[in-house]
Design a binder for this molecule. Structure first.
Ligand code: ADP
Ligand code: MG
Length: 372
C-alpha cells in the first residue's frame, strides 16, 4: 500500500497559503499600498472600480521595478527586502516575505504591473502575470513617469465562495479598506517623515469616479487629520507625548538575566479628557509600532479604560505611535502581518496606562485651576 501521507501538489500549496495572506479586500489594498511606501513613493493613488470588486489599482511614484527583477517580481518568497532570517530583527520595510504579489496572482482574475525606473527617461514596461506569478506577456516601451502601477482585477474569482461572500458584503468590506487606508494616510506623519500624498477614488459600476479620501502630503499630523475629517476634528485634540520606562518581564529575565529596562516613546494626538470624539465605537483610533499600523486590541482596551475614568460619555480620538527598538517586537506573527508580538507586553501596557492617567490627571487639575 502506498503511504497515506503525501506532499500536497506545489500549485495547490500556493493557492492554499495565498488565501491566508490576502484574506479580504482590505488586505489586498494594504499589501499594494505598503509596497508603494516601501518603494519610497511620495504620491500614491488608489483607484477602486465598483468598490474593488471589478478592480483595484495602486499607482505610485516610487523607485519602480528594475527590468532585472521583472521575472521574479511575483514569484513566491522572492523579495528585495529581506535576505536572511536574522534581518527580521532590524526590519525597516512593511514587506519582507515576498508573498503579496504572488498571492494576488493566485487569487485574482488578472494582475498587471506597469513600471518605470528612470526619472530622466519616462518609459515603462507592462507586465501581465499568470496565476503562478510568471510573466506571460511583456510589452515594449510605453510612456510612464518613474513609479509603478499594479492593477488587480476580479479579486477572489478563483475562490468562488470567497468571491460570493465579498460581493454580498462589498460595501462593508470597502468601508474597512477605506478605514485602513486612513491609517496609512496618517502613517508618514506618525513616522515624522515628509508626508505622502494619498488619494483614493471609487467608480461604481455605470457611475462616475469620485474622490473618497485625500491627504496633501504635509509634515503635520494635524493637517492630515484635517484633510481626512475636516478642521472640526482638530478642535478637541491635543498632542500626545509619553516617555515611559518599561521593565523587562519575567520570561525575558529568565532568558537574559539582568536585561535592561526599555525606553519607549509614544507620540501622536489624543482627545482632551472632556471632549472625546463622541462615538461609542473605536473607528478613530489608530495605533502604530514604529509607524507600522497594527491590530492593537489590548493597547486600545487600556486606552479606553483610562479615558472612561475621566469621561464616561465618549470615547477618545487617538493616533498613537509606539517608538520601540526594532528587536522589541515581532511582526511575523500572522500571515497578514497585522498582529504584532511585543516584548514585555503586559508591562508596556501597564506603563502606557500609568503615563496616560498621569497626563489626564494633570490636565484635569490644570483645567480646574484655570477654568474652562
Ligand atoms: P515583499 O513586499 O514582501 O517584498 P511583494 O510580493 O509585495 O513582497 O513584492 C515583491 C517585490 O516586488 C518587492 O520586494 C519589490 O522589490 C517589488 N515591488 C512590489 N511592488 C512594488 C512597487 N510598487 N514599487 C517598486 N517595487 C515593487
Ligand atoms: Mg509587499
Amino acid at each position: 500500500m502506498p503511504p497515506a501521507i503525501q506532499a500536497i501538489e506545489k500549485g495547490s500549496v500556493h493557492r492554499i497559503t495565498a488565501g491566508q495572506v490576502v484574506v479580504d479586500l482590505q488586505t489586498a489594498v494594504k499589501e499594494l499600498v505598503e509596497n508603494s511606501i516601501d518603494a519610497g513613493a511620495t504620491s500614491i493613488e488608489v483607484r477602486f472600480k465598483d468598490y474593488g470588486l471589478k478592480s483595484i489599482e495602486v499607482v505610485d511614484n516610487g523607485t519602480g521595478i528594475s527590468p532585472n527583477d521583472y521575472d521574479s517580481v511575483a514569484l513566491k518568497h522572492h523579495t528585495s527586502k529581506l535576505a536572511t532570517y536574522t534581518d527580521l530583527t532590524a526590519l525597516q520595510t512593511f514587506g519582507f516575505r515576498g508573498e503579496a504579489l504572488s498571492s494576488l496572482c493566485a487569487l485574482c482574475d488578472s494582475v498587471v504591473i506597469t513600471s518605470a525606473t528612470n526619472e530622466d527617461a519616462p518609459v515603462g514596461t507592462i507586465l501581465e502575470l499568470d496565476r503562478n506569478g510568471i510573466v506571460k506577456n511583456r510589452s515594449g516601451k510605453i510612456a510612464r513617469q518613474r513609479g509603478t502601477t499594479v492593477t488587480v482585477s476580479g479579486i477572489f474569482v478563483p475562490l468562488p465562495v470567497r468571491r460570493v461572500e465579498l460581493s454580498r458584503n462589498i460595501k462593508r468590506e470597502y468601508g474597512k479598506a477605506l478605514a485602513l487606508l486612513n491609517a496609512y494616510a496618517l502613517y508618514p506623519c506618525a513616522m515624522e517623515n515628509n508626508g505622502i500624498r494619498l488619494a483614493v477614488y471609487n467608480q461604481p459600476e455605470g457611475g462616475k469616479r469620485t474622490i473618497q479620501l485625500r491627504t496633501t502630503g504635509t509634515q503635520s499630523l494635524q493637517t492630515s487629520v484635517s484633510s481626512l475629517w475636516g478642521p472640526k476634528a482638530l478642535e478637541n485634540i491635543v498632542p500626545l507625548e509619553l516617555n515611559m520606562t518599561v521593565e523587562p518581564d519575567k520570561s525575558i529575565l529568565k532568558r537574559v538575566p539582568g536585561a535592561s529596562k526599555m525606553q519607549v516613546k509614544v507620540t501622536g494626538l489624543v482627545s482632551k479628557f472632556r471632549h472625546g470624539c463622541g462615538r461609542a465605537s473605536n473607528d478613530r483610533q489608530f495605533f502604530y509600532v514604529n509607524g507600522r499600523p497594527f491590530n492593537a486590541n489590548k493597547v486600545q482596551k487600556a486606552l479606553n479604560e483610562v479615558y472612561k475614568s475621566f469621561n464616561t460619555n465618549q470615547s477618545p480620538f487617538v493616533i498613537a505611535n509606539f517608538v520601540l527598538p526594532t528587536d522589541a517586537y515581532d511582526v511575523n506573527a500572522s500571515p497578514d502581518k497585522r498582529t504584532i508580538f511585543l516584548h514585555s507586553e503586559a508591562n508596556l501596557i501597564m506603563a502606557f496606562k500609568t503615563s496616560l492617567e498621569d497626563e489626564y490627571s494633570l490636565s484635569r487639575s490644570t483645567f480646574a485651576v484655570n477654568g474652562p
